[in-house]
Design a protein around this ligand. Structure first.
Ligand code: ITT
Ligand code: NA
Length: 198
């Protein structure tokens, strides 16, 4: 089975490909199917954003499409950066800029760490209009001294619950076993398998 994944984020694509390979599902990037203008991300929730993106691309290419919206919620920052995770330090911010902004915001408050969680919402949309969705979360804490080169985004600053390593110090496979995205993908696979006529 092949699924089209709509995202500009190479880290996400890699994780979907690794995780879904365990289920015999091949993931192809939307860029390999068609070059399309990205829809603006206007939702107030992760689910809304994932839903809008998946529906837009499924209609545009006439095939089932998966999209994912995810982010980091930091307790000491009242849940920020949340849906703004990819642009915390500004519209075209790099991962390094967002990480620095997170460190600055914590230090400004006299903190070296804070409880936090990653959340992931996935939508699989069919061109005919119906769809499936799933979510996953991983609890942990954010720190102010980055460690590790794996993963992407805030991973060098995120330590999962019951771990000493940061998410960026785990292998791709290890991260996928415990991550918000890995869990959401597992739930989605269950839903796909329950679906008739796939
Ligand atoms: P697409 O919308 O094109 O998929 P994006 O990176 O803009 O790519 P989101 O809007 O869902 O995706 O933003 C997710 C951001 O949340 C991401 O850029 C990271 O900053 C953060 N994030 C999500 N999952 C993460 C993970 O597993 N590790 C580290 N950071 C993560
Ligand atoms: Na985005």
């Amino acid at each position: 089975m092949e699924i089209v994944f709509a995202s500009k984020n190479k880290g996400k694509l890699r994780e979907f490909q690794e995780k879904l390979s365990h289920f015999g599902i091949k993931v192809i990037s939307i860029d390999q199917v068609k070059r399309l203008k990205e829809p603006p991300e206007t939702g107030n929730t992760f689910l809304e954003n994932a839903y809008q993106k998946a529906v837009y691309y499924a209609k545009a290419i006439g095939k089932p499409v998966i999209s994912e919206d995810s982010g980091l919620e930091v307790e000491a920052l009242g849940g920020l950066p949340g849906v703004r995770s990819s642009r915390f330090a500004g519209e075209n911010a790099t991962d390094d800029m967002n990480n620095q902004k997170l460190i600055d915001e914590l230090k400004k408050r006299g903190l070296f760490e804070s409880p936090a969680r990653y959340v992931s919402f996935i939508v699989l949309a069919f061109p005919e209009g119906m769809g499936l969705w799933s979510e996953g979360e991983v609890k942990g804490k954010v720190i102010t001294e980055p460690r590790g080169n794996g993963g992407f985004g805030y991973d060098p600053l995120f330590v999962p619950e019951d771990y000493l390593k940061t998410m960026a110090e785990l292998s791709l496979d290890e991260k996928n076993k415990i991550s918000h995205r890995g869990k959401a993908i597992e739930k989605l696979v269950k839903l796909i398998k329950e679906m008739k006529n796939w």
